[in-house]
Ligand binder design. Structure first.
Ligand SMILES: [Zn+2]
Ligand SMILES: [Zn+2]
Length: 181
């Protein structure tokens, strides 16, 4: 997933990529941990625009993954779609030879940019980061998932059990018990 600076000489460039998730080291790691399984490639559509040494990338990344519901423990497919904008910075023209790459990388990072050296931008890490940042913190098969019964373990989305309802305590009943002496 690379863009060559030559491609950006005339205005902006539109490109689309579709890469299997295991081409991304970080996503491969997550898959290996068993947390999720990608069921679609990582599809990216983007527009790249060069403004002097800056390259602005705007686009959308889409994929789908199998996750485990945090309430009922069922596997479900989670479609992920995220819009993103990343700005890369290269070296100023004519200035490339006397540049300390590490220093430039650090300066770029502090300014919220990603440094690229030479004429080619590798988008792999930038796009991987977008996918990782949009993982759901608490995956739910659906917002209204009822989960499992804490007593008998029945999936309450599928059936009802005869367990007594868990005692519900509102903050007000607790307040009522407070002794104010
Ligand atoms: Zn669920
Ligand atoms: Zn039950």
């Amino acid at each position: 997933m690379r863009i060559h600076a030559d491609q950006l000489k005339t205005g902006s460039l539109r490109v689309a990529f579709a890469e299997p998730a295991d081409r991304f080291a970080g996503l491969r790691e997550i898959t290996r941990s068993g947390e999720c399984e990608f069921t679609s490639p990582i599809r990216t559509r983007l527009r790249a625009t060069r403004i002097r040494e800056l390259v602005e990338i705007e686009g959308v990344v889409q994929t789908a993954m199998r996750l485990t519901c945090g309430r009922c423990l069922s596997p479900f497919i989670y479609p992920l779609e995220v819009e993103f904008a990343i700005t890369y910075t290269g070296d100023r023209p004519g200035n490339a030879e006397n540049v300390d790459a590490e220093e430039r990388e650090q300066d770029a990072g502090e300014a919220g940019l990603i440094y690229f050296q030479g004429e080619e931008i590798d988008l792999t890490e930038g796009i991987q980061e977008q996918v990782i940042l949009s993982f759901p913190l608490r995956p739910l098969c659906r917002e209204t998932c009822r989960g499992l019964c804490a007593r008998c373990g029945v999936d309450l989305n599928q059936e009802r059990c005869r367990c007594p309802a868990p005692p519900t305590e509102s903050p007000f009943t607790a307040l009522g018990r407070l002794k104010l002496d």
